[in-house]
Every structure is written in C-alpha cells, then in structure tokens.
Design a protein around this ligand. Sequence first.
Ligand SMILES: [Zn+2]
Length: 277
Amino acid sequence: MKVSPISQLLLYSLIILAIVFSVKAESKIDFSYVGKTGPAFWHLLPNSSICLNGRRQSPIDLRSHTDLKKKFEPPCNIRVKNIVKAELVHTGTTIEVALGKEEEGEEGKGNEFLPASFTVGDETFKLLQFHFHTPSEHRIDGVHLDVEAHFVFKSQKDKISVVAVFFNIDLEGKENKFFKPILKNIPKPKEVIKIRNIGLSKIFKDIKNIQEPFTYNGSLTTPPCTEGVRWWINHKHIQSISSCQHHKLKNAIGFNSRFIQLRESDYESDSKNENYY
Ligand SMILES: [Zn+2]
C-alpha cells in the first residue's frame, strides 16, 4: 500500500501530539485524600513509589524538646515584595497562587517566580508558588494546627525548599489581611482566576530573623513525594485566621492533609529493637 505524503505528515503529527499529551499527563498526577487514590495508595501512582519506600518523607510530628535547631545556617538575603498580579488556581486538592503566562516575574521576561527569595550558603531559592492545607500537615508535639501554608521555593539547581507557615483560628474573630484577596473569589476545581495585591511581607517577617526553627530534610507531601526538600518552620510565628476565613478555605479545599510519616531514626530503632512494644 502506498501512503501519500499528506497522510504521512498527518500520521507523524498525530504521533507527536500523542507524545506531547502523554508527557503532559505524566507531569500531573491525579491523586486525592480518600479512597483508591488516597495517601495510603499514592505509591501505586506513576513515578511515586518513594511515597511508600522513602525514608525521609514529610510531614512529620515536630517535637519542640528535641527538634528545634540552635545551630543551623540561616536563610540570608531575604527579599520579599507584595504580589501585584498572579493567578489563583484550584488544582482539585488545594488552591494555589503562582504566576500565569501573562504576568511578568521579578526579573522580567520569562521569569516564573513570585517576588520572594532567600539564600542559604551559595544557593538562592525563589518563590514558585504557594498553597494551603487544612488542617496542618506537620504537627507540633502531636497537635494539628488549623491551616498550613506551603511556600515552595526552587533554586537554579532545581532544589526545592519549603517555608511552612501555620495559622490558627483567632478567638476574637480577627481577619487576616493576607487571606482577603485569596478568599474573595475562590475558583472552582480546575478553574484559574486572576488575583491582585497579595501582601507577602508580613508572612515572611519572622523568617527574616529566624532563630531556633524546625528545619529538616524531608519530601514533597504530595505525589510524587520527591525527597531532598529542605523545610523551614518557625513555630513562634503562628498567625491568626478568622473563623469565617477558615470556613471559606476549608469549604473550598476540604481535608487535604497527608498522615504523619515515620522518621529515618524510627525505622532504625524498629529493626534494632523488635521487642520494643
Ligand atoms: Zn503542600
């Protein structure tokens, strides 16, 4: 059978399209917090076996009597500006603020970063996106907090560092200004909307002079659960959120908190001391 050049061209185009779509599909993993795609089964999702096999997974229960670090290399050159324009997307499991294609980043054309950065050692991390979990994923001394925000930073060497900020419901009902533009118009699942004027400065105020933080090497808390993520958590910097704001956020994203992970040392003590229990 002779195939015409036009048919050949069509065939090649279809093959290329199929490859492009399969790559796109792979980069976005469909997961949830209940049932067959819930946290207990994330390791069965594409490229996510480390969700089960990993030994440095997040979140963990942070223990204030042993985990607060007195000696550490602090984040320096912290630069934070408020966000003028960005996109708010409902990913299906959380709401996330990031720069869209139309918005210009900190350094002009083609920059994908929001206006916040810090340096640890000789590596500079820039803010890629931030999103929320209700209740918190990390616990402090066994206790959940009401909301945990994850500010996800990336370095030039593609290393990830996350600054986690906790929020608890304010008993006097005081609103948190940071949430106002975010909760004004919450997108529906898979919807993207434009967002303006988000105040980041107050959120990062106490990171600027971080002392005795919780900082450890863990992982992403969602599939593919990639390890090598450096976490920064300032337990003295728990912010407030009004009960109305909390209700709106929780209504939009529901329960999206991965269960507490064992630490590397927990695995070691398990194998060394089998009669422990
Ligand atoms: Zn997160």
